[in-house]
Design a protein around this ligand. Structure first.
Ligand SMILES: [Zn+2]
Ligand SMILES: [Zn+2]
Length: 177
């Protein structure tokens, strides 16, 4: 699948959300998650597994009857994932139950997905630095739905960031190829 790049809006350069950094790779700039936590403050980024050269976000998940650990790309808008196990048959509506890999707390929440073709009501909530700053991800494995909630960043910027989808669903594209 082709690498899909979205221009980073000008306002964003002044307003990089807490927990993110903006980084140039080749001709493009990317938003990369660099601090993300469970509700109890456990850091979910691990150095032991890297995707696109960056520490990945580690989650404990249940998918149907299968259970194990997945690593999610820290590039905002990428949906690349590595599995520590082989999920059983995945259909377009298969959802993930996610847990903190450190304390086991559920990361699930009620969520109304904004993707036009998705009617999911379950999401995963992750915490960024700063009170009330969160990331919300649709629980459907094949849905690119995600949304940011950042206090003190204008809605227009938030909506632009939330709409970024660099790599498309399930794409696995490495840099330098
Ligand atoms: Zn935890
Ligand atoms: Zn969705």
């Amino acid at each position: 699948m082709k690498l899909k790049n979205t221009q980073i809006p000008h306002e964003l350069r002044q307003t990089v959300p807490p927990g993110f950094r903006l980084e140039q790779r080749g001709d493009f700039e990317y938003l990369i998650v660099e601090s993300i936590f469970c509700r109890h403050g456990h850091n979910l980024l691990v150095n032991s597994v890297k995707i696109h050269g960056e520490p990945a976000i580690k989650l404990h998940v249940k998918i149907g009857k299968s259970e194990g650990v997945i690593f999610v790309d820290a590039f905002w808008g990428s949906h690349a994932k590595l599995y520590s196990f082989l999920p059983e048959e995945v259909t377009p509506t298969t959802s993930v139950e996610a847990f903190c890999p450190v304390c086991g707390t559920s990361l699930m929440e009620e969520y109304t997905c904004r993707e036009p073709e998705c009617d999911s009501t379950r999401g995963i909530v992750l915490y960024l630095p700063g009170d009330g700053n969160t990331v919300h991800v649709c629980a459907r494995l094949n849905c690119p739905g995600h949304h940011l909630n950042i206090i003190d960043v204008p809605d227009a910027v938030i909506n632009t960031i939330s709409a970024i989808n660099y790599f498309g669903v399930g794409a696995f594209e490495l840099f330098g190829e």
